[in-house]
Ligand binder design. Structure first.
Ligand SMILES: [Zn+2]
Ligand SMILES: [Zn+2]
Length: 151
């Protein structure tokens, strides 16, 4: 299989399905190929579509969620993985609660608007949930420090 990427022609093997559900090819002429010459097929498909090589930061996303569907129309590129993850999160939010802008409190598992009642250092959590959680653990820690004694 030949991939014309801009001015460069990459000769690649037939693709196969890896244990993680992604498809791979051998592409020894690819400038970013690792020693094994094994590359994600969706990377070279996207590069062919764009007519240029991807940067290290760019991430290819499967629009329909099927990792093995490397049709050019099923692929899009995000500038880095933070943006990629953010958009995955929005999709999960939309599917879970019907609102892509909502975030999930990791303590009570409820979806809510990320307004001022939500804080986000360890993932989003309600302020109230977070305080309860902290108090619970502070108590737990004290109990452990005190050995067998109850408080
Ligand atoms: Zn993705
Ligand atoms: Zn909560």
């Amino acid at each position: 299989m030949k991939y014309v990427i801009g001015e460069t022609i990459i000769e690649a093997s037939d693709s196969w399905s890896g244990p993680n559900g992604y498809r791979f090819v051998y592409a020894k002429d690819h400038p970013n190929a690792p020693k094994s010459n094994q590359m994600y097929e969706h990377i070279v498909v996207m590069e062919k579509k764009l007519g240029r090589f991807l940067s290290n930061e760019e991430v290819v996303h499967h629009i329909d969620g099927d990792r093995s569907n490397n049709h050019p129309n099923n692929l899009m590129v995000y500038k880095d993985n933070a943006v990629h993850c953010f958009n995955h999160y929005r999709k999960i939010a939309l599917d879970s609660c019907g609102n892509a802008d909502y975030v999930k409190c990791w303590i009570c598992k409820e979806w809510d608007t990320p307004s001022n009642n939500m804080i986000s250092c360890r993932g989003y959590a309600h302020r109230i949930c977070s305080n309860e959680y902290r108090n619970k653990w502070a108590k737990e820690k004290r109990r452990r420090l005190n050995g067998s004694s109850w408080n």
